[in-house]
Design a protein around this ligand. Structure first.
Ligand code: HAM
Length: 433
């Protein structure tokens, strides 16, 4: 039997699990700082939920099967439909705005490539029940602060922001009002960063755009310039209105001191069908990796699913690309958080009952403590302490014990001193948590 995990799936041995814990801890802590509350949903959902709203691309990647009750079900490929379903049933009774976060494991049968696996963990933050642009700003600020909490700066990443309503207004001004043609244009523009411009151009022409209009559109998209769009479409009030909204969005981010993290990029449209307004993706500045995070407004999703109509917006941030970025920038903590603090070293086996009592007292007091379960030479116990990255060793020797004391050894500096058992907890108070 092949002992490797399935392609695109990972085993989480302790090193990798510790890194995942680190991501989770930062994600949770940053969401909490912004007043978001945790929620979760089932990992298995009806296929219908994704068919109705996520769009073709994701439906083609589903891990789907028929269960024993004859239901068509799928492992969740994203969290947003589950959230929309949950809010659809309970949203009316929740105080607004609803600010929730979750860290689900998601499953997509993707073609494997750098930054893309068949399972990943995704930090999801969503705001529901708030239509104002302030909510979009709040969400992008949270996204930026989450990445900053890992030591990433405006030199490392940027959030590229666009607006589907602006693109719709531009397309209307160019004479494309038909929904199907618009969807084709969105799909083609979404590929601009990954496909040659000529191929995208062909697709745009195939979706009904005149060759001249296509070139005009491609040039405007490449310019990344809001004022230029405004002056080009001076006579189209919808374009002007959305330009103003976006300018306000960037202005508010500037007020928070986050202006340097975000930029206008009209080629961002997002692959998922349900977005209705501002959309964004965070990328590494070097452009080597796929998107670290993506999201936007989806004001119609809840109503379309038959639930309470509520404006909504959110983002997802995967653990895979973020992890690669932290590796490239050497930003993983040298020592895993929550690791062992104290290793108890037994000089004489006869003292084991005393050591067990001491160890238990220290664990009760909240310290992370371990010791050898078998009789081991002192040198081997110290080696075990080092392998486990313990901060200190407490050595129980017969002579000290008779004096009611132990030796406390700092394993980094190798300094050692005698401490009375009664004073031990005080002496340990400065241990790194
Ligand atoms: P998404 O763009 O499909 O959006 O995924 C968000 C992020 O999850 C991506 O930027 C990427 O970091 C990560 N990701 C996605 N697929 C994979 C994969 N196969 N392997 C590794 N990482 C992956 C959504 O899923 C939306 N539901 C986000 C959202 C929340 N929109 C509103 N609220």
């Amino acid at each position: 039997m092949d002992l490797a995990p399935l392609p695109g799936f990972r085993d989480f041995f302790p090193d990798r699990a510790a890194r995942r814990e680190y991501l989770f801890a930062r994600w949770r802590e940053t969401a909490r700082r912004f007043g978001f509350e945790p929620y979760d949903g089932p990992p298995l959902e009806s296929v219908e939920l994704y068919r109705r709203k996520s769009g073709e691309e994701i439906v083609g990647q589903l891990y789907a099967f028929t269960d024993k009750g004859g239901r068509e079900v799928a492992l969740r490929p994203e969290m947003t439909p589950t959230l929309a379903r949950m809010i659809g049933t309970q949203g009316a009774s929740q105080p607004k705005p609803i600010k929730w976060f979750s860290m689900p494991q998601l499953f997509r049968y993707e073609r494997q490539q750098r930054g893309r696996l068949r399972e990943h963990f995704q930090f999801n933050c969503d705001i529901l029940g708030e239509a104002s642009i302030e909510a979009d700003v709040e969400l992008v600020a949270l996204l930026v602060e989450t990445l900053a909490s890992f030591g990433l700066t405006a030199r490392d990443f940027s959030v590229k922001v666009s607006d589907r309503l602006l693109l719709v207004a531009v397309l209307e001004a160019l004479g494309i009002a038909d929904g199907a043609a618009r969807a084709q244009v969105f799909a083609a523009v979404d590929k601009l960063s990954r496909e040659p411009r000529e191929k995208v151009r062909e697709k745009l022409v195939a979706s009904g755009l005149a060759a001249r209009t296509t070139d005009d559109l491609l040039e405007l998209l490449a310019a990344h310039d809001l004022s230029r769009l405004a002056s080009r479409f001076e006579t189209a009030p919808q374009v002007a209105e959305r330009v103003l909204t976006l300018q306000r969005f960037f202005g508010l981010l500037e007020c928070m001191g986050l202006g340097g993290f975000a930029e206008f990029d009209p080629t961002i449209v997002r692959g998922l069908d349900y977005y209705t307004g501002i959309v964004f993706e965070a990328f590494d500045r070097e452009g080597k990796l796929r998107a670290i995070s993506g999201g936007g407004r989806y004001d119609d999703l809840l109503e379309n699913l038959g639930g309470t109509p509520l404006p909504a917006l959110g983002f997802g941030m995967g653990d895979v690309v973020l992890g690669e970025m932290l590796t490239e920038r050497n930003l993983w903590p040298a020592k895993p958080e929550g690791g062992l603090q104290i290793y108890l070293v037994l000089v004489e086996e006869a003292l084991r009952p005393k050591m067990l009592a001491l160890g238990h007292t220290l664990r009760r007091a909240g310290f992370r403590v371990d010791y050898s379960l078998a009789t081991l030479a002192v040198g081997k116990q110290f080696r075990a302490a080092a392998q486990r990255h313990a901060a200190v060793a407490i050595v129980l020797g017969p002579e000290e014990w008779l004096r009611g004391a132990v030796k406390l050894k700092d394993l980094a500096s190798r300094e050692e001193r005698e401490v009375s058992v009664a004073e031990l907890e005080k002496a340990l108070a400065s241990l790194p948590s």
